[in-house]
Design a protein around this ligand. Structure first.
Ligand code: GZL
Ligand code: ZN
Length: 351
């Protein structure tokens, strides 16, 4: 076989081969890239096409998918902002990183969405990007956690929960519980698993519980450590705290996912917990899985944080569409669950 034709053959097959690979690889890379950045690609429609159907285009920046509560919150927004209800929803999961949320909001601005909805992972650091949204004339609706901005005209409305009240409810429950057990004068050793530092839930629950704890000289918070609202991190942190604080009496865990992780660590260490156990367990969120443990007495009390906020978001958007005034703050209803009332609620709970 002549050298030339050999080379030609190599080039042809090489070239054709490269094209085939490119045709296969490029789309996979594109989809992979989009999925990595958490953009859900709606291949059936582009925002432009959606405009013909007169859909309201909403960019939703969700902070992450760290907990059962978060999953329920996301579902609530997606179930409210459906195409049948007149919306084209662009969803982004920021994986608990503020930079990803800022990138997503900038992308929504460049796509000229009608509204931006976002759950800020922490309270600080939003002034610049929210000013860009305001300059672009795009209303911003904050949901779940709060933003700490100089100028509160940078967002149109906030829907969320009163996390400071949640913290106080936990403290007041502990007061009552200790009185019932005739332990109100005992030295009570407390450890705290905190959520994401600087998030509204962490700030509020820490502050609220702290205000009640400050009224009891015999309550000692031995240590407060963040486990980022995740079960895995909480198991790791709790293992270490169990070794360092064998005298632990109370665990305050700022969400149910961390509580599940902490319970695994206590089971592993042979430490008794819940009703009649050495460690009294106080949790937040009141998700379905956790309420099952409340019913069994393995979690003593669960302070609800209500993730069902989608209907509020839709109501606010509709009012804005009709040029009506909207409230600045919408606080959703929530409860506190113990063995006495957990079972009754489990039947109708959607998360
Ligand atoms: C509370 C919310 C918190 C939940 C956690 O408003 O921001 O984030 O308590 C979730 O489960 O991760
Ligand atoms: Zn004790």
């Amino acid at each position: 076989m002549k050298k030339g034709s050999e080379t030609v053959k190599r080039i042809i097959f090489g070239h054709v081969g490269a094209c085939i690979i490119l045709l296969c690889v490029v789309p996979i890379l594109f989809i992979g890239h989009q999925l990595f950045w958490g953009f859900e690609i709606k291949v059936d429609q582009t925002p432009a096409e959606s405009l013909e159907e007169d859909l309201i285009v909403v960019g939703f920046s969700q902070l992450g998918s760290e907990s059962g509560w978060r999953t329920a919150h996301t579902a609530s927004i997606q179930q409210a902002l459906t195409k049948d209800a007149g919306y084209f929803l662009i969803f982004n999961n920021a994986r608990q990183m503020q930079d990803n949320q800022i990138k997503a909001i900038r992308s929504f601005i460049s796509q000229r969405v009608d509204y931006i909805v976002f759950a800020p992972v922490i309270e600080d650091g939003w002034d610049t990007v929210l000013q860009e949204a305001k300059d672009a004339g795009i209303p911003v609706i904050v949901t779940d956690r709060m933003v700490n901005v100089q100028d509160d005209s940078l967002y149109t409305a906030w829907i969320g929960t009163d996390t400071r009240e949640e913290g106080k409810r936990a403290g007041r429950w502990l007061e009552t519980y200790l009185e019932q057990k005739q332990r109100q004068t005992e030295e009570i050793n407390i450890v705290v698993l905190k959520g994401t530092i600087g998030s509204t839930a962490e700030i509020g629950r820490t502050k609220g519980f702290g205000e009640i704890a400050a009224q009891h000289g015999n309550w000692h918070i031995l240590e407060s450590v963040t486990a980022e609202f995740t079960a895995n991190k909480a198991k790791e942190v709790m293992r270490s705290m169990l070794r360092r604080y064998p005298e632990m009496d109370v665990l305050i865990s700022q969400n149910d996912d961390m509580t599940m992780g902490a319970i695994e660590a206590m089971q592993e260490a042979g430490v008794s917990y819940g009703e009649g156990g050495d460690v009294t367990v106080i949790s937040f969120d009141a998700t379905r899985d956790a309420l099952e443990l409340v019913k069994e007495g393995r979690i003593n009390v669960d302070v609800e944080c209500n993730p069902v906020q989608g209907a509020y978001v839709a109501e606010i958007i509709q009012k804005l569409e009709d040029k009506e005034l909207v409230e600045k703050r919408y606080v959703v209803e929530e409860n506190i669950f113990t063995r006495e009332n957990a079972a009754a609620d489990l039947g109708k709970r959607t998360y």
